[in-house]
Write a protein that binds this ligand. Structure first.
Ligand code: CP3
Length: 352
């Protein structure tokens, strides 16, 4: 078994023979075999069975031929350990019966106990470390995105209660951010100590903020998390989520290797806004996959051509896969990214 490290190499802007590709939400509902497992177990029940969670993580790697695995888990899982009861409700998402609204609610939150409460996650990572021949990406939700669920109590479009706390009680907001920042940093460190080979911080909804508010209310905690984890010798990815193009210039200087882009900015424009310092990952609109193969290839080609202009590019979607995605089209896209990028890179070496 040869280990395929193209994903790690691309994160580090090193030479590759073909582009690495993986998909956010690649373990999931578009796969009939996953749906069968879901008939018997909920997401949380799968996560609590390390052998099964590892199997679900491996499914898309085997089926699609992607160059990285992403741990099967959810951004909400660690919050159970700091004292928040939640459920993941079908077709809704994370739901919390007693949302965090007051200073007393924030004070009550405990420090995370990863070994005590989340040993199943660490066991899943150890199993995967033995079985995988591609790197395992582990992940956490970023404080703003997690806070949006904790404060709203369910998915929201306006984030009105989240913003109410942020604007009306900034001290309370910052103390919540700091507690979630500590939770995330401790949790991710354990992932890497147990065999994770890279990690991604998902800030899916932070694009709801203006650049100035992002700088004031969120960025200090993001910086704190990555500073805490600076000594870990693995690629670190920050994904500022959907509609985050205007936030990209704010990220300059963050001690990470890779920034994830959504589809609203091109790869070239994203790199320009980031100051050219980071490897980038993304950014096809997932719903392009609803179109015919030829159109999918056209979109992928345009993205790949820009991606390959500089070292440090990883093919991905601009956000997570959706349940209706076709597994055949995903496989075809994966093959296309590999074949087309190998061709371009090969031509480059022969014309040198
Ligand atoms: O393949 C992978 O990406 C790994 C597994 C993974 C899940 N959630 C499993 C899951 C990952 C990386 C996540 C991250 C996550 N969870 C994010 C950040 C990524 C993003 O999409 O922005 C967010 C915001 C959540 C919160 C969450 N969990 C939501 C909003 C939902 C409902 C989604 C929906 O459309 O129904 C979930 C549930 C969830 N997490 C599912 C999966 C596979 C779907 C339901 C299920 O299969 O039980």
């Amino acid at each position: 078994m040869t280990y395929n490290d193209s994903f790690i190499r691309a994160c580090r802007k090193q030479d590759i023979d073909r582009l690495p590709v993986w998909y956010m939400r690649q373990a999931g509902r578009y796969d009939p075999d996953y749906q069968k497992i879901k008939e018997n177990y909920s997401l949380l029940e799968i996560c609590r069975q390390p052998e099964l969670a590892a199997e679900v993580t491996l499914m898309p790697v085997r089926k699609l031929g992607v160059d990285a695995a992403i741990l099967y888990s959810d951004i909400m899982n660690p919050v159970a350990s700091i004292g928040i009861d939640f459920d993941i409700v079908k077709n809704i998402g994370p739901v919390i019966d007693n949302p965090i609204r007051t200073a007393a609610d924030v004070e009550r939150l405990r420090p995370i106990d990863v070994e005590g409460d989340l040993s199943h996650v660490l066991e899943t990572i150890r199993i995967l470390d033995r079985e995988l021949d591609v790197p395992l990406i582990t992940f956490a939700g970023a404080p703003f995105t997690i806070a949006s669920y904790l404060i709203e109590g369910r998915p929201s479009k306006s984030y009105i209660r989240t913003k109410t706390m942020m604007y009306s009680e900034p001290e309370l907001w910052h103390s919540l951010m700091r507690k979630l920042g500590d939770m995330v940093a401790t949790y991710l460190r354990k992932h890497i100590e147990n065999g994770g080979k890279a990690f991604q911080l998902f800030d899916s909804w932070v694009g709801a903020l203006s650049p100035a508010d992002f700088r004031t209310y969120v960025l200090p905690t993001i910086r704190y998390i990555f500073d805490e984890l600076r000594d870990l010798d693995v690629p670190k990815i920050y994904f500022p989520g959907v509609s985050s193009g205007e936030l990209l210039p704010e990220l300059n200087g963050l001690p990470v290797d890779v920034i994830g882009l959504d589809w609203r900015v091109s790869i070239n424009e994203g790199r320009r806004r980031l100051g050219g310092n980071y490897a980038v990952q993304g950014n096809m609109d997932p719903y392009v996959l609803t179109g015919p193969s030829e159109l999918i290839h056209q979109h992928a080609k345009r993205i790949i051509d820009e991606g390959l202009q500089q070292p440090g590019y990883i093919f991905n979607l601009g956000h997570g896969l959706f349940p209706e995605a076709s597994i055949d089209k995903l496989k075809e896209l994966t093959d296309y990214v590999h074949e087309y990028s190998a061709q371009v890179l090969q031509q480059r070496t022969t014309s040198k």
